[in-house]
Structure formats: C-alpha cells, structure tokens
Design a protein around this ligand. Sequence first.
Ligand code: SAH
Length: 207
Amino acid sequence: MVERQLRRRGITDERVLAAMGSIPREEFLPESVRSRAYADSALPIARGQTVSQPWIVAAICQALSPGPTARLLEIGTGSGYSTAVLAEMAGVVVSVERHPDLAASATESLARLGFGNVEVLVGDGSTGLAERAPFDAIAVHAAAPAAPRTLLSQLGEGGALVAPIAAGEDREMLTLYRRRGAEIDREAISPVAFVPLIGAEGYAETP
Ligand code: SAH
C-alpha cells in the first residue's frame, strides 16, 4: 500500500508514510471487508458511511502535516482509521462524529491499539468545537457545501484546515486553507468524492 498507492502517487511526507505503514487498517474495519483492508479504494463501514481510500487519508495528513505538539481537530471520525494516522503525527487529537455507534466503535479500536492522545466526541462537528479552539490543524472528512466559516475561525495563527468542498455535481475539491493573520490562503489539492457533511454548516439530512 505505502509504495504502490502512496509514494508512487506523490505522498512524500515520511511521517505520513511511516504512520500508514505501521497502523493496522483492518483493526478499524467490519469483519465483512477486512480482507480488503489494503485495497486501493474506500470501504463500507456502518451507517452507510465509508473509510476513505488510503491515498485520500494520506493526502489530508500530508497537507496538514501536524507536528508532534500540534492540537488537531478532526470532523468525521468514522472508523477511527484516519484518527489513528493523525494521532500518530500530532500531539493531541479531538475527533467529532455524529453517529454515536461509529464513535463508540472507533473509540474502542483506538483504545485497543493504545492511542492515548485521542478523544472522540459525539455531535455535529460542522461548527467545530469553539470551547477547545484555537487548533493548529483541522481535518474534515465529509464534503462541505462551501468553505466552512466557523471551523476556519477556530484555526490559530498559521493553522491549516483541509476539507472536501463541493465543486459541481457529485464531485468535491479537496482544499487546503491556511490562516495568516486576518487572511486565509486557499489551495486546491485534488478532485475527490466524499460522503456529505450533515449539520448546521453542512447539508440537511435526507430522510
Ligand atoms: N475519517 C473516516 C472517514 C469517515 S466518512 C475514516 O477514516 O473512517 C465521514 C464521516 O463523517 C462519517 O462517519 C459521517 O457520519 C461523519 N459526519 C458527517 N457529517 C458530520 C458532522 N456534521 N459532524 C460529525 N461527523 C459527521
């Protein structure tokens, strides 16, 4: 996975490659898809959600490249796999998931693997976590309709946020934002497809 799917496709950050080379992805997956843990694709988890394709997780982690003391906020814990990769790189990770059962099973997987610097909370992460702000980095794992204003306001100076932002029908652009004083720089990373961010600054839930 590391050589063929990541390094060959432009992932050069050795800390990302080391983290993804060492974390057992199958530990975060339901029994039914464990045999495909290292496939080059997204995989289904509970609640109609998906674990992102390995390259996508790597691209997000590389764009943020959190240092060993970084305080990081993640939105969309899902299986907890991306949480683990980020926790291997950052100082502290707070991750928010809207589905309580996904949050519970991610918490369990992360604890089983010994990640002590992670906290998983249940709720709508589309408006972030004002009481814990500012963050050095924010990773959003579900597609937002537009630049997530409130989340961006929770970045500290020099802080970075990566999110898939709607860019036409069924496609999103993985986008990196960085706070520089009053300005926010923006850089497109790659076209991607994600599940929607459901919440106050996301999409309405479809019945
Ligand atoms: N990073 C995950 C991928 C999760 S898919 C992994 O590696 O497994 C996106 C997740 O975002 C889903 O679990 C979905 O339930 C969650 N989500 C969607 N909208 C959300 C919101 N407003 N707040 C928190 N989580 C949300």
